[in-house]
Design a protein around this ligand. Sequence first.
Ligand code: DQA
Length: 147
Amino acid sequence: MRVLVLNGPNLNLLGSREPEIYGHETLADIEEGMRGHAEGLDIEIEFVQSNHEGGLIDAIHDHRDWDGIILNPAGYSHTSIALADAIAGASAPVVEVHLSNVHKREAFRQHSYVSAVAWGQVVGFGYRGYHAALDLLHSRYHAEQPA
Ligand code: DQA
């Protein structure tokens, strides 16, 4: 099973960027924790972060037939039809993750173009949301693959 973890703009600054909202873990901390979790589940995992809409779209294209994509589209969640189109064209199920509970924040964060084309969303659990997303993709994959 292969899973891509894709993080959008400004998430390279996690740890120092508004830690009261996004937590103290750096992106490298999160990726290291996920690598261990993936190893335990026998999942091949890859990480991509881009501050550019086109970079995120290219990464979705390149992994479109993988067994899952965990995506935090960050600010592009609320603006990008192109990103939603890329997901709609991919066979990989996408779990949209937000570290913060976007539903408790500004009104403009309460709509995501990605949600309509994602398999589901995990929102507001900090870095733990990425781990939950990995578990969810793992159960989906194994439910779909009869022993
Ligand atoms: C975010 C929420 C977005 O609204 C914001 O633009 C981000 C991070 C989150 O993980 O909580 O950059 O996706």
